[in-house]
Write a protein that binds this ligand. Structure first.
Ligand code: VGL
Ligand code: ZN
Length: 206
């Protein structure tokens, strides 16, 4: 990976590599499966690995099906701000919410579940979509004295993006591993993500 040497104080953060975001899933990200072998190889280089799991109760407020007449991929106003509505996905305990079968999930030190609150979505692994409710991962990062976070997974323009931004906003150096991410690209979300990474000094490693 370029000229970067991985240290024991580096964290690999693997975001939402779950069946519903992979081929045949309810919210499949194009090429989502392709990140799995890349991430498995990366995990061997890190002494600290955290996985996240999008983990919604049935009837979650981010599901279009929870709003009369709403179409998936439309947007509504929630008390905490605008929210994209998605097809039902990553329902707690469903096969779609499981990690991809080939992901070496046993290598992880911790698993953070997010989006559990029915009334509030959570793209970021750090803060829910109200941008104030913590998931607890920042406590893990601080307590273990992690200096740099390397993010990968799905989807680059949603959960990976907002996780990286929150980590960077907390003053922790953050990198994206481009070959281990794939995006959805909804209404210019990929261009918006790229612009925001540049603004915040978040580097995409090739
Ligand atoms: C995600 C949309 C809804 C993601 C999760 O993991 O990027 N996107 N829930
Ligand atoms: Zn979700």
């Amino acid at each position: 990976m370029r000229d970067i040497t991985i240290e024991s104080t580096d964290l690999l953060l693997v975001i939402d590599v779950q069946n519903d975001f992979c081929q045949g899933g309810a919210l499949a990200v194009p090429g989502g499966d392709e990140v799995v072998p890349v991430i498995n190889a990366l995990m061997g280089h890190f002494s600290q690995v955290v996985l996240t799991q999008d983990w919604h109760p049935a009837g979650h407020s981010s599901f279009a099906s929870s709003h009369d007449g709403a179409e998936p991929f439309s947007e509504i106003d929630m008390p905490y701000g605008p929210q994209t509505l998605w097809p039902d996905h990553c329902v707690q305990g469903s096969a779609g919410a499981e990690f991809h079968a080939q992901l070496d999930s046993h290598a992880a030190h911790a698993i953070v579940r997010k989006g559990n609150n029915k009334a509030l979505d959570s793209y970021s692994a750090i803060l829910e979509n109200d941008h104030r409710t913590p998931t607890g991962l920042m406590g893990f990062i601080r307590e273990r004295d992690i200096q740099r976070v390397f993010c990968c997974g799905l989807a680059l323009d949603f959960c990976v993006r907002f996780s990286a931004e929150d980590i960077s906003d907390q003053g922790i150096e953050c990198f994206l591993i481009g070959a281990a991410c794939r995006g959805i690209d909804l209404n210019g979300s990929m261009a918006a993500a790229t612009e925001s990474f540049a603004d915040k000094g978040i580097t995409i490693l090739s």
